[in-house]
Design a protein around this ligand. Structure first.
Ligand code: ZN
Length: 468
């Protein structure tokens, strides 16, 4: 089972906001009452009351009854969970194993502003089970206390306008939590996703992934029956252009701020940074989607990935690209998104040590020369893109293959088009050298490949400069 959070944005009316705030206060009252009981017992005897004990103590109280059962129970569950984690941290503290960022371990607190002597609203309104809420077309509804009928005219369920990504029917909805973040309302629903079983009858092939700079990812897919290797290069160039565009805008705004003598925090500046990072994340997400699409198409069951920890020695770093590279989180983000998407698709991911994968020719195993950053030259076999060579070497190592035929390698290039389309599209470079960009639907890779001028031609030492 995979666990994910489904995020639902809510658009409550003014009156509905009032009802939500009222619920937050009621949740807090129950929390504080139950927490008082647990704290008293803890400071007296050192024992932590169990969920059942607390439930039996408070179930007849007015604070418990002021909430729908599923919410009241969820509040007690949450409280019980935070006491449990307190217990675990306390144990770690005694063993001197406390994580560095935790300075002090203290029992769960009351939601209370001591200075003003005011009850603070609960950070979330928890709902225990899906029987008490439902997702409709553009709406989220959930059970509310009975007396809301009088105060707010709400019968049984409160229905709020909502937008969300529709979950698949195989998703199991679990606990939900309504929360307010910077004035916006959301519901976070925990969902369980059954792991896609690896169907070995259909999935027979392997692939490898090499992370680089000039190519964010080089993906090599090996079709075992045809002994054919397809190499997909995800070009970073266009993405870099966009990255630079945002950097220019940030720099411009920074100098404007400096001229006006502004010091300290700027909301607009922060928003520009956020936007830049978000744009990059979209491209990474889309790249991961595309990769999964390709892997599924060729029935890949396992992907080998080069060393995850560092940047390989002697890899391709142009001056311009260094800036992008130094933002180390990009690599981390790529791996995070990719491993998550592969897990969802039921495709395995195996790390492979990548020492020497960039230094030897995949075809003959001889050490290669590197006259230019992105080329390798093998004395025997000829010229080849260094990332293609790296990815195939990782594939060979993962499969423990002795040889792969040079003439059964196809190179396919993808570029990020951020203007208008916002997706990764295939790009072909015909032999003549003229740049012809074929825009075709991402769903129909095969059709696209038929239109390629160089389709069918193997990558040979003679046409290695072509890369179609
Ligand atoms: Zn060679």
């Amino acid at each position: 089972m995979l666990k994910r959070t489904l995020k639902v944005r809510l658009y409550p009316t003014g009156e509905q906001k009032q009802a939500l705030k009222e619920l937050q206060i009621r949740c807090v009252k129950l929390w504080n009452r139950a927490n008082y009981l647990i704290r008293q017992e803890y400071f007296k005897s050192g024992k932590i009351l169990s969920y059942e004990t607390v439930y039996n103590l408070v179930k007849n109280s007015s604070d418990y009854k002021a909430l729908p059962t599923d919410t009241a129970q969820a509040v007690l569950k949450k409280l019980s969970e935070s006491w449990n984690s307190f217990k675990e941290l306390k144990k770690l503290e005694e063993e001197n194993k406390l994580p560095k960022h935790i300075k002090k371990v203290s029992p769960p607190k009351y939601f209370k502003d001591r200075k003003k002597n005011q009850t603070l609203p609960m950070s979330v309104i928890p709902i225990l089970a899906p029987r008490s809420y439902s997702l409709g077309d553009f709406s989220f509804s959930f059970a509310v206390p009975k007396d809301f009928k009088q105060t707010y005219g709400i019968k049984k369920r409160l229905e709020i306008l909502a937008t969300y990504k529709i979950p698949y029917s195989s998703y199991k909805l679990k606990r939900a939590e309504i929360l307010n973040r910077n004035g916006k309302w959301y519901v976070h629903i925990s969902v369980e996703i059954p792991k896609a079983g690896i169907d070995k009858t259909q999935k027979v092939n392997y692939a490898s992934i090499d992370l680089g700079i000039r190519n964010l990812i080089t993906l090599a897919v090996y079709e075992s029956d045809k002994k054919l290797t397809r190499v997909y290069q995800f070009k970073a160039k266009e993405l870099l252009k966009e990255w630079k565009y945002w950097n220019r805008r940030i720099a411009k705004y920074q100098s404007k701020l400096a001229k006006s003598g502004h010091k300290g925090y700027s909301l607009k500046l922060r928003k520009l940074y956020e936007k830049r990072n978000k744009r990059l994340k979209v491209a990474i997400q889309q790249m991961a989607n595309k990769i999964v699409q390709i892997l599924e198409r060729y029935g890949v069951k396992e992907v080998f990935v080069g060393d995850l920890t560092g940047i390989r020695e002697g890899k391709d770093y142009g001056k311009k690209l260094n800036k992008l590279l130094h933002n180390f989180w990009i690599r981390k983000e790529i791996l995070r998104v990719l491993s998550y998407k592969l897990e969802e698709a039921g495709i395995g991911l195996t790390p492979i040590p990548e020492a020497y994968t960039s230094k030897v020719c995949f075809n003959c195993g001889l050490e290669v020369k590197r006259p230019k950053q992105h080329f390798i030259v093998c004395q025997k076999c000829g010229k080849l893109h260094s990332d293609t060579n790296g990815a195939i070497n990782i594939l060979k190592r993962g499969l423990k293959l002795k040889s792969l035929e040079w003439n059964k390698v196809r190179e396919i290039h993808l570029v990020w088009k951020f203007k208008r389309t916002n997706r990764w599209i295939f790009r072909y470079k015909p032999l003549s050298g003229a740049n012809s960009v074929l825009r075709t639907s991402s769903e129909n890779i095969q059709k696209e490949q038929r239109q390629t001028p160089c389709e069918g031609k193997a990558l040979t030492p003679a046409n290695a400069g072509c890369y179609c």
